[in-house]
Design a protein around this ligand. Structure first.
Ligand SMILES: Nc1ncnc2c1ncn2[C@@H]1O[C@H](COP(=O)(O)OP(=O)(O)OP(=O)(O)O)[C@@H](O)[C@H]1O
Ligand SMILES: [Mg+2]
Length: 233
């Protein structure tokens, strides 16, 4: 993608985006962690999952958390949900747009200050997922709620968020906290705008680094090979 379009720096913000972040940082802090570490004590030994996490999330921010599987995203938001008093955990992996809408209405009926969503749209087909993303933004614009959203989908994270917290694994540490330079209100047309593509390229480099040739498997594992005459193409 970068070969075709000269992308700007993913840190470069337009004046309106810069002003928005200045205003956002003036809002009270809703969630704060200082030097959080988490170790699970298991029969196989201790697993140090999270290390030295410092975090401050402002009122009505939309934060996404991304990172490789097992880096501690769910552990982090479980801890945040227990540290914050007026919060609601939105169910994960519901299928169907209607069930999702009912779940959002239920979660917001308790008037939480913070809504935690852990891969909540992961079971949806792409069309319903994109409808739910727009619906969630519409709700967030109109309701006084801070949202912490875990996802593996980079487009989803950029489209929804003010900031993206990128975790790295073993142990889970903050790799970067990125302010999204894409202006609001967001629309699906922005998926191809230079700011969006610049952030996506940077996130891809962080979360899906290129595998070196030495790490790539050179041969297929020997599992019941077909005989010579059984040709499928
Ligand atoms: N209750 C527990 N006891 C022991 N180990 C745990 C426990 N909960 C999580 N872990 C371990 O902590 C690590 C982080 O788990 P976590 O579920 O937070 O990762 P994640 O980033 O949410 O992964 P995924 O993207 O697959 O959902 C994993 O190695 C997991 O096996
Ligand atoms: Mg998880």
């Amino acid at each position: 993608m970068s070969d075709v379009i000269k992308l700007p720096s993913y840190k470069k913000q337009s004046e309106s985006v810069c002003c928005r972040f200045k205003e956002l940082h003036k809002r009270p802090i809703k969630l704060k962690l200082e030097g959080l570490s988490k170790t699970f004590h298991t029969s196989k030994g201790n697993i140090n999952v999270l290390n030295s996490i410092d975090l401050a999330i402002h009122r009505r921010e939309f934060i996404s958390v991304i990172g490789p599987s097992g880096c501690g995203k769910s552990t982090l938001i479980r801890i945040l949900a227990v540290l914050s008093r007026f919060s609601e955990a939105y169910p994960s992996q519901l299928s169907g747009g209607m069930k999702q809408r009912v779940a959002i209405a239920r979660a917001l009926a308790n008037q939480p200050d913070v809504l935690f969503m852990d891969e909540s749209f992961g079971a949806l087909d792409p069309h319903t997922r994109s409808q739910m993303q727009s619906y969630l933004l519409q709700i967030w614009r109109n309701v006084d709620v801070t949202i912490v959203f875990v996802t593996h989908d980079l487009d989803e994270a950029i489209y929804l968020s003010d900031r993206i917290l990128v975790l790295k694994a073993n142990p889970g540490e903050i790799q970067e906290f990125i302010e999204i330079p894409v202006p609001r209100p967001r629309t699906s047309k922005q998926f191809l705008c230079p700011e969006f593509l610049a952030v996506k390229k940077h996130l891809e480099e962080l979360v899906h680094p290129k595998i070196s040739e030495e790490d790539e498997p050179s041969e297929l594992p020997m599992v019941r090979m077909t005989s010579g005459h059984d040709v499928v193409e």
